[in-house]
Ligand binder design. Structure first.
Ligand code: RB5
Length: 158
């Protein structure tokens, strides 16, 4: 069974709850890595730092503890930057069905980053569905991913 880790900061709590419900309805194994610590006194999710949660999910993907990761922050930008620091992680910040599909077909993305303040709930859930069910095309795209791996290895040894 596919195992998916998910994490967010305060900008993605609401959308993460919707995605967790969707993953549950698909019968997937979910590792929810927070944040879930809400709320502050004004009823809003307590402010946290996205690198803390992005790193938890990306580390699990990098270590092979889960098959895929999903990250949500306000824009998805911070989460994608953090996740792409981890070896073997190919995090894609996607905004619609097309980018979600292409990130799987051409980039074999293993982490999906979404902006909880950018992308509406229905579009985001559609993206997650598409992202989880679209296979990597391989072929010439594998050659390009191999080049990314080589760049990653050479930059780690600098
Ligand atoms: C938090 O306010 C916000 O900066 C964060 O959610 C994210 O958008 C960062 O990239």
């Amino acid at each position: 069974m596919l195992k998916v880790a998910i994490g967010c900061d305060h900008g993605g709590v609401e959308l993460k709850e919707g995605i967790v419900a969707l993953l549950g309805s698909m019968g997937l194994e979910i590792a929810d890595m927070g944040t879930g610590d809400c709320c502050s006194t004004d009823g809003k999710p307590a402010s946290v730092d996205y690198p803390d949660y992005g790193a938890k999910v990306a580390r699990a993907v990098s270590a092979g503890e889960v098959d895929k990761g999903i990250l949500v922050c306000g824009t998805g930008i911070g989460m994608s930057i953090v996740a792409n620091k981890f070896p073997g992680v190919r995090a894609a910040l996607c905004h619609d069905a097309f980018t979600a599909r292409m990130s799987r077909m051409h980039n074999d993305a293993n982490v999906l980053a979404i902006g909880g303040r950018v992308t509406g709930r229905e579009v985001a859930l559609d993206m997650v569905n598409i992202w989880l069910s679209t296979p990597f095309e391989g072929g010439r795209h594998q050659r390009r991913l191999d080049k990314i791996s080589d760049i990653e290895k050479s930059s780690l040894s600098v």
